[in-house]
Design a protein around this ligand. Structure first.
Ligand code: CO
Length: 226
């Protein structure tokens, strides 16, 4: 009980399965990591980054926090992003939210949960920025879904406004910032239709993503992200 032996046992099985497919896997991985993607997602246990996109260890650099927030002064997130962009030279930053996010719902309802309320204030700010659009949605689950999408769009914008991303674009480094959303109920990713590869695209892409405001979440495409 105290040493969680079942997790150690499962770890041995997992490592054994990978070695069975590629005996050199861990040895090669220990020499270097060269992921092409930085994933910024929610801490939610139902949204495991690597598994969703079918990537192995070494293929995805990951930062997760409650409600996939990119705050301009969060040294944890900024340091992860800076290392990913400047050192690992990832080519893509993916902000991935998810429908049914408890953090987003708490922000929507202005719930009092404790210290985390201060973190979720960033999502509450997103709510207030788009309050007109959100209050026009009568059904609460749809309003919640839309706030999950708007939160992704706003966090993509925040990524693009960091010195890290702006400097990389200025240097001519190839870097695309994507906004995706995951549905726990079906295990599928959707694109929220924002992908920015140059600073001058930011405003247009942001407005285009917001213009999907009348699109009910249930009608979103199930297709692969563009
Ligand atoms: Co969440």
């Amino acid at each position: 009980m105290r040493i969680l032996s079942h997790l150690f046992r499962q770890n041995q099985e997992w490592a054994g399965n990978i070695r069975a497919q590629d005996p050199e896997f861990f040895q090669k991985l220990s020499c270097q990591q060269s992921p092409h993607y930085l994933w910024i997602g929610c801490s939610d246990s139902r949204v495991p980054a690597n598994q969703i996109v079918g990537l192995l260890p070494g293929e995805l650099f990951v930062h997760r926090n409650v409600a996939n927030v990119v705050a301009h002064t969060d040294l944890n997130c900024l340091s992860t992003m800076q290392y990913a962009v400047d050192v690992l030279k990832v080519k893509h930053i993916i902000v991935c939210g998810h429908y049914g996010c408890g953090g987003v719902r708490a922000a929507l309802r202005d719930d009092r949960l404790g210290l985390v309320d201060n973190w979720l204030r960033h999502v509450r700010d997103v709510y207030q920025k788009h309050e007109g659009q959100l209050t026009a949605i009568g059904e609460e689950t749809q309003r919640w879904d839309r706030l999950c999408e708007l939160n992704v769009i706003e966090q993509v914008l925040n990524v693009c406004q960091t010195t890290i991303v702006r400097d990389s674009w200025q240097r001519g480094q190839e870097l695309a910032v994507h906004g995706w959303i995951y549905r726990v109920q079906d295990g599928l990713l959707r694109d929220v239709n924002i992908c920015i590869t140059q600073p001058h695209e930011t405003g247009t892409a942001y407005r285009a993503a917001l213009s999907g405001e009348q699109r009910p979440a249930s009608r979103l495409s199930n297709g692969p992200p563009a």
